[in-house]
Design a protein around this ligand. Sequence first.
Ligand SMILES: [Zn+2]
Length: 121
Amino acid sequence: MIKFNLKCEHGHGFDSWFGSNKDYEKLQVRGLVSCVICGSCEVSKAVMAPRLAMDPKAPDLREKPLIDDVGAKFPEEARKMHYGETPERPIMGQAKLEEARALLEEGVPVLPMGIKPKLVN
Ligand SMILES: [Zn+2]
């Protein structure tokens, strides 16, 4: 037995059990798979998140952070953007105190976000 997450043309999501993927396909082709909510036979397998993550062709939105974490390259990247060497984008990363101060003195807008807590053994 295999469980599929199904979705009808109206966007109703529901689970259904089938003997196998082939069984599902046979029933689906004959219009025997119908939505439990509205009865529509226009049913397809819903895309499941873990599958999406494994498919290299699918754009994985969860992996795309809004802020680019450039890590220790932060001072370098911030400076490049300030001087127009790279297109502006929101970045975050680490900078030593004196590096952050130097950036501020150059007029690069940086915002201290606190220090990541160190793990205590
Ligand atoms: Zn439906």
